[in-house]
Ligand binder design. Structure first.
Ligand code: AVI
Length: 299
């Protein structure tokens, strides 16, 4: 489906919704980088800390000289740590954005001249066409990005991944005090709010819509029964918005659901992985028990 089709379909639902993958235009990607450095957004730091701390054990699990597949363009510090430790035979970053892939690949080759990078431009939420593996392949999916999928989508992603890799390293955010979660998605500097509202600016620019972002506000809360942070954009008044030939009416207080961010206990994520054909062999966590990296093996 095209961006327009996704937007029109999402805004026609009884609970209006937009797919979170559209957050990441240039401005959105920059805002996300700022989120990762915020004091309240513990996820990135906790995952980096646990990767540093357990690098030797992670390397033993993934095995030196493996083929390393990464869902994402491989821009992160964690990826560099893994590449240095694993010395993969080949590194396959998978990303929708060709320019992000090219830039990341160039930087990586500059830093690791011995590295054989094979970028794959594709949407990893669908099936992937990958070069055949020549040896053991490990798929790396850091950052709790799997938490932005519903558990059903995460199951589908893992089950499809079985065809690509016998081992997986998956980062998931752990369940914790709802106040800590609330602060991480309602930062005091308003960067997460800007990230959420940028979606409307992108729809205006790319689809010629007439959203007034000042008439919407960022709203994020922890939905405990569903174990997820929900992000919404709430209409501050009754209003109509045009997108090309389409018109959407908003009641005052009505929201667009823009993102879910699921939080899993170690046992819950292992059960999800088991149902998709992977055994949870290892779980590494940071000192404070905020974040987990799972080492999975296909059964
Ligand atoms: C990319 N993803 C794991 C982030 C998360 O925490 O769910 C996206 C994000 N949304 C708001 N802040 C960060």
């Amino acid at each position: 489906m095209s961006f327009l089709e996704d937007v029109v379909t999402g805004l026609s639902l009884p609970q209006k919704a937009l797919p979170p993958k559209y957050f990441y235009d240039d401005a959105g990607s920059r805002l996300f980088e700022r989120i990762c450095r915020l004091p309240e957004y513990y996820l990135t730091r906790a995952e980096l800390e646990l990767t540093r701390k357990h690098l030797a054990s992670i390397t033993r699990f993934a095995r030196k000289g493996c083929e390393l597949l990464e869902y994402g363009s491989g821009e992160s510090l964690k990826t560099r740590l893994l590449i240095r430790a694993l010395r993969p035979r080949i590194y396959l970053p998978v990303d929708i954005s060709v320019s992000a892939l090219e830039q990341a690949a160039k930087r990586l080759v500059r830093e690791f001249p011995w590295l054989h990078v094979v970028p794959v431009a594709a949407d990893f939420s669908r099936s992937l066409d990958l070069p055949a593996a020549q040896g053991p392949r490990v798929a790396y999916f850091p950052g709790s990005t799997i938490g932005n999928l519903t558990p059903e989508e995460a199951h589908g992603f893992l089950a499809r991944g079985r065809a690509h890799a016998g081992h997986m390293l998956i980062g998931t955010d752990l369940k914790k005090d709802a106040n800590v979660l609330h602060a991480a998605y309602n930062d005091s500097r308003g960067v997460t709010a800007a990230f959420n509202l940028n979606l409307l600016a992108r729809i205006n620019r790319d689809l010629g819509a007439d959203f007034d972002p000042r008439r919407f506000s960022h709203y994020a809360f922890y939905n405990a029964p569903c174990s997820r942070i929900e992000m919404h954009l709430v209409s501050l008044r009754e209003q109509d918005v045009r997108i090309g030939a389409h018109r959407f009416s908003f009641a005052r207080g009505e929201s667009i659901h823009t993102e879910n961010s699921y939080k899993y206990s170690v046992e819950e994520f292992r059960a999800l992985a088991a149902a998709a054909g992977f055994e949870g062999k290892k779980t590494w966590t940071d000192r404070k028990g905020l974040f987990a990296l799972h080492g999975l093996t296909a059964t």
